[in-house]
Design a protein around this ligand. Structure first.
Ligand SMILES: Cc1cc2nc3c(=O)[nH]c(=O)nc-3n(C[C@H](O)[C@H](O)[C@H](O)COP(=O)(O)OP(=O)(O)OC[C@H]3O[C@@H](n4cnc5c(N)ncnc54)[C@H](O)[C@@H]3O)c2cc1C
Length: 249
């Protein structure tokens, strides 16, 4: 087969990713003859950084320095490159953890008439945090959307990939949605569930709330399970789950 010649202009992330995709396997190397041109001496584009010897060897960079957790393709490609790279002896970069520092915080800003409003967003870093986030989301949706079904459907779709990524069977998520969503909905007077109770039993939800022990205690028990790991079922990989993980990781 005649090798097709490919010329890539620019050695930023886009250029080097294209070069990697076209040359990382023996089959692709048989098909493509890739040349990458970069003006100047430094590869990396805005991902590049360097030490300034005139200023205490400080690290200087221009641009990209945050990789979000959903950069699935970038993480996958970086792992492939690290596996394929024959590292020189003593090289300080051996794994992805040597290149990137995990971070669980980001500010999110929304532009408005008075300028930007900025929220501090913390991501769940561990199993307990994930369970706490699920419970808080389910209870929050019950309060805001006033509908029990939304308090189950929304966290279910939102958190399933995170549970799988953390090696937890999705049935843990199912229990959290039950403990955070289903069971708290009758305690909220303006929720469809609370309104139904009031209409059929004639008792205002806030009147029975102090005595609804199961509904009040269950989210706390779920939280304890999340932080201790007790009764949390690990993910058993079967074919469908593993292909799902493949798509997520
Ligand atoms: C201040 C700043 C902060 C950012 N922070 C983030 C972040 O935290 N997270 C994130 O995901 N993204 C971030 N971005 C965006 C990110 O940097 C870009 O999306 C990304 O670098 C684009 O990659 P690229 O390969 O298309 O272009 P570049 O990285 O710009 O690479 C282009 C390359 O082409 C070379 N080139 C240009 N013309 C020629 C030519 N004629 N011949 C040969 N070579 C040429 C350039 O020298 C350069 O090396 C940030 C951007 C900026 C400016």
């Amino acid at each position: 087969m005649k090798r097709r010649r490919v010329l890539i202009l620019g050695g930023g992330c886009a250029g080097v990713s294209a070069a990697w995709a076209l040359s990382s396997t023996p089959q692709s190397r048989r098909r493509f003859d890739v040349t990458l041109l970069q003006s100047g001496w430094r590869l990396g584009g805005k991902l590049a950084s360097g030490r300034n010897s005139a200023a205490s060897m400080r690290n200087e960079e221009h641009g990209l320095h945050v990789w979000f957790g959903f950069y699935d393709n970038a993480f996958r490609m970086a792992r492939e490159v690290l596996d394929a790279w024959e590292k020189p002896p003593g090289c300080p970069i051996q794994t992805l953890d040597d290149m990137l520092v995990p971070h669980a915080y980001t500010p999110v800003g929304i532009a408005g008439p008075q300028g930007y409003r900025v929220w501090d967003v913390q991501f769940a870093r561990n199993r307990g945090g994930l369970v706490a986030s699920t419970l808080a989301t389910s209870i929050g949706i019950n309060l805001v959307a006033a509908d029990q079904y939304l308090s189950i459907v929304v966290p279910g779709r939102m958190y399933r990939p995170a549970y799988i990524k953390m090696g937890l069977d999705p049935k843990n998520l199912s229990r959290c949605m039950e403990d955070g969503g289903t069971i708290t909905s009758p305690l909220i007077p303006w929720n469809s569930c609370g309104a139904y109770m009031f209409a059929t039993l004639g008792v205002f939800p806030l009147a029975y709330l102090p005595f609804a022990f199961l509904n009040l205690i269950n989210p706390l028990i779920s939280l304890i399970y999340g932080y201790t790991g007790w009764t949390m079922t690990p993910l058993e990989s079967n074919e469908s789950e593993s292909s799902e993980i493949e798509n997520i990781v």
